[in-house]
Design a protein around this ligand. Structure first.
Ligand code: SAH
Length: 256
């Protein structure tokens, strides 16, 4: 059973690619490199989708059609929306909505036209396994990967794992005003990003179980752009690699 691992930014998968077992190969389709091979004993295809809903949807469809993946996990960063969340926290989706979908008045706001739904649920066992891996990694390994000085600087005092709604749209949210609007229209949303709900829609349409994990890189406000590349390099890359490694190692070995 092959697992697809998808990210929007190179830093989020670089260490996983380096860990693939010898014998992995690359297939280049539609301007993307699909890395096919074994990762911690599991058949995986790892791919950089690049940023945005279209990129994520196209990549997800190729994973399903061309590589016959049976599960998909998306890993990346996001802006925190809900009160009480902090940079360095992890948000695992239980449901995802496209916050920029609005075909009203023909269809209710957020509903995907002709699909009859506005929210897509992550698969429960993948979601829970990711949340467990994230909790364990934060407790056992995070402090060794992210320096104390950097944690102080970013005010990452005690990072936590949250499970809830993620909002996705083709927009980097970077103002307090936009945060207020999103909180008003999607009051349950914990985090905002640009791919998850697109992966979710395609997986829903093909009946493929999926989950989405996001490290909070910013608060989606006027400071959201500050040191984004550094956060990716020095924090998010470690989260993504460490949590997915734990997630894979905790899965029972494949029985083929
Ligand atoms: N400003 C960045 C652009 C990256 S786009 C740069 O200079 O490189 C942001 C990426 O991180 C997307 O893949 C998106 O899913 C996620 N993301 C992180 N914070 C976000 C936010 N506040 N709003 C939307 N997407 C965000």
């Amino acid at each position: 059973m092959t697992l697809g691992i998808v990210a929007a930014l190179h830093e989020e998968i670089a260490d996983l690619l380096a860990e693939m077992a010898p014998g992995a190969h690359v297939e280049h389709i539609g301007m993307r490199d699909y890395h096919v091979g074994k990762l911690h004993g599991h058949d995986c295809v790892i791919v950089l989708a690049r940023i945005g809903k279209v990129a994520a949807a196209a990549t997800t469809a190729a994973l399903i059609h061309r590589f016959d993946v049976r599960e998909i996990v998306f890993t990346g960063v996001a802006g925190g929306l809900a009160h009480g969340l902090s940079v360095g926290d992890v948000v695992i989706a239980d449901t995802l909505t496209q916050h920029d979908m609005d075909a009203s008045p023909l269809f209710p706001r957020f509903e995907i036209p002709l699909l009859g739904r506005a929210a897509f649920d992550a698969e429960a066992s993948l979601r829970d396994a990711l949340a467990q891996a994230a909790r364990e990694w934060l407790a056992d390994e995070m402090a060794a990967q992210v320096s104390a000085a950097l944690r102080t600087e970013l005010r990452m005092s005690a990072p936590r794992v949250h499970v809830g709604q993620i909002a996705s749209g083709d927009r980097f949210v970077s103002s307090a005003h936009e945060v207020t609007l999103l909180r008003g229209t999607l009051p349950q949303a914990l985090a905002v990003e640009m791919e998850g709900a697109a992966v979710a829609q395609v997986c829903h349409e093909y009946g493929i179980p999926f989950a989405v994990m996001r490290t909070l890189s910013d608060a989606a406000d006027d400071t959201a752009h500050v040191d984004f590349p550094r956060f990716l390099r020095e924090v998010a890359s470690h989260y993504s690699h460490g949590i997915l490694r734990r997630f894979l190692c905790a899965r029972s070995a494949p029985s083929n």
